[in-house]
Structure formats: C-alpha cells, structure tokens
Design a protein around this ligand. Structure first.
Ligand code: UDP
Ligand code: MG
Length: 314
C-alpha cells in the first residue's frame, strides 16, 4: 500500500533561531510517524532576518523541505492560507515555528485521522502559564463573548495547531475571504473534530509577535468576521433610547403644564447631549467597522503575494 503524505505547514516570521530547532524536533518525532511520508512546508512571512536563508539551508539538507516566501509581511493568517493552498498531503497539520505546539502530539493526532472516525484533530492549551494575567483575563472574556454571539464554534485556548484531512483543507480553502480569522474559519467549516489538550510551553527562541494592542485588534476582527450581533445591539440601543426620550417628553410636558416653565436644568442637558452624541458616535464606529471590512472584501485583493518559492506557481 502506498504511504500517505503528511504536510507540516509552518508560518514563520523572523524565526531564524527557532527553525533549525523546530526541524530537529520534527526529525526526532518522525520515527514515530512510520505510516506516512512527510513534507515540511515553511511559509516565510516576509521575515526581516535570515529566516529565508535558514530555510534554504534546511532544504539543501533535506529535499522534503519546501518553502513559499511572501513579498512582505502579510500576517500569520495569510501564511496559513498559503500553506494550506500549497500543501500536497493527504493530511495537513499547522504548527508554529517556536515549538509552542508540541510535536509529541503528532503521532496521536495522526492516529485519530487514520482511524477515519475524525476528519480533524485540534488542540487547546489548558493553561496560560507564562502569560501576563491581564492578557489571559481578556482572552477568556473574548472567547466567552465570541461563543455567545457567533455560530462559529470557538474554543478557549484553541491553537492553530490542527491536523486535518484533505477534505477539510479543501473546505477551508473554499472560504476565500480576505479578512481571515482562522480560529473562526476552522470552527465554521464543521466536520467531526477531536480535541487534544496540552500544557502551555514557552517559545523556544526569538520573541512573540503579539502585543496587547495587536491582540485587541485581532479580537475585533474576529468579532466582525463572525458575528453581526453588534449591529443588532446598536439597533436595539437606538430603540431603547428613543423610548426613554419619549417618556421624558411626556414627563416634561406634564411638568410644564403643572408647574410652568422655569429655565433650569442646563447642566443636566449638557450631560445628556454629551452622552447621547457619544453613544451615537460609537455606534457609527461599529457600523463603520463592518463597512470597512465589506470595502476590503469587495476589492478582492490577493491574500498574499509570493516573492519566491520552490513550489510550482499556478
Ligand atoms: N507568524 C507569522 N506572521 C506574523 C506573525 C507570526 O507567520 O506576522 C508566525 C510565527 O513565526 C510563529 C507563529 O506565527 O510561527 C506564532 O507566532 P507567535 O509565536 O509570535 O505567537 P504566539 O505563540 O505568541 O501566539
Ligand atoms: Mg508562539
């Protein structure tokens, strides 16, 4: 029987120190993956350091290493998309280059897919050791909120470390949206999914590319991409405020008829105007977010642009 192919997709941005260590870790675990051949597809996401030459070194050593190098930094989501698109494997797994996704799980993941019972094996970390507490708190709140307001099933602590069959890969590739929120997309396509859990490990070399602000923007992008609940909330808020205003009008009319019209209450008036205009502006902002995303989608820009690659380009 012909061996199946497992593609390991690795988005890498400034990972010159991590990549060789990552490669060694894969070679080490490979002995336990004797049912499959592997290919290592590294996506150089416009790195500013020597990541690309490190990849080329690896390729010289091992012909199973392939790469796609972007013309600039397009972000991890674009890297994942390109990786899935260029992968040839019957099974595809996405891993970070920093060994925060333990390769030791690979044989188990493969086992679940080969059994045919699951089409996708996902992983989540059960703790957030080594992370600032405030960040963990926001992250947990974000996942709670997301699950309430969207129908993409997004699990707290879920990593992009997932192994999937070709069928799932095709489903993900069929979602050609520009604003890519992978955690949402993976959940949205469905399929039978097995969850494995592991404990958080700190990155092996280099540093994280996520600042708090970047994560915040990422969270907003995720909400806009997978839920229209904020729009409904805005409409409801408008309706409620109209009703309150209407009640106030009645109260004021009656009060004027009964007590006459002494001119007072200006400070409270100013507060009300500020409050209401503030709410209006922020609601406009919410609508603006959706408009902006729609605008970007309608441009149909490519998700990434290849600078160089050893793959055949279509
Ligand atoms: N990454 C990427 N493009 C970027 C940022 C990150 O391809 O613009 C890659 C990075 O090289 C790593 C993975 O995405 O392989 C995860 O990044 P990181 O470790 O910084 O994120 P964290 O583990 O802190 O969530
Ligand atoms: Mg990391």
């Amino acid at each position: 029987m012909e061996k199946k192919l497992l593609s390991i997709v690795v988005p890498a941005y400034n990972e010159q120190e991590s990549l060789p260590l990552f490669y060694n870790a894969i070679i080490e675990i490979e002995q336990k993956l004797n049912n499959v051949d592997i290919e290592l597809l590294i996506i150089d996401d416009g790195s500013k350091d020597n990541t690309l030459s490190v990849i080329k070194e690896l390729k010289k050593k091992d012909s199973r290493v392939h790469y796609v190098s972007f013309s600039r930094n397009f972000g991890k989501e674009a890297g994942i998309f390109a990786g899935l698109k260029h992968s040839k494997g019957d099974y595809v797994v996405m891993m970070d280059a920093d060994l925060q996704d333990p390769p030791a799980l690979l044989p188990e993941m493969l086992k679940y897919l080969e059994s045919g019972e699951y089409q996708c094996v996902a992983t989540r970390r059960v703790d957030r050791k080594g992370e600032p507490p405030i960040r963990s708190w926001f992250a947990r709140k974000f996942y709670r909120l997301m699950n309430k307001i969207s129908d993409a099933d997004i699990v707290d602590g879920a990593r992009d470390y997932q192994m999937m069959t070709r069928k799932v890969v095709e489903a993900i590739l069929s979602m050609g949206e520009y604003n890519r929120f992978s955690k949402g997309i993976f959940g949205w396509v469905g399929f039978k999914r097995k969850w494995l859990e592991f404990e958080n490990t700190e990155r092996i070399a280099g540093e994280t590319k996520w600042s708090f602000w970047k994560l915040f923007i990422y969270a907003i992008d995720g909400i806009v991409a997978f839920s229209t609940a904020p729009l409904t909330m805005v409409s409801l808020l408008g309706l409620i405020m109209c009703m309150v205003a209407f009640l106030f009008i009645i109260v004021i009319i009656i009060r004027t008829l009964v007590f006459g019209d002494p001119t007072n209450g200006w400070p409270s008036m100013v507060c009300i105007i500020l409050l209401v205009s503030g709410i209006q502006l922020s609601c406009l902002g919410i609508i603006g977010q959706y408009m902006a995303k729609t605008y970007l989608e309608t441009k149909h820009r490519p998700i990434y642009i290849i600078g160089e690659t050893d793959e055949e380009q279509e």
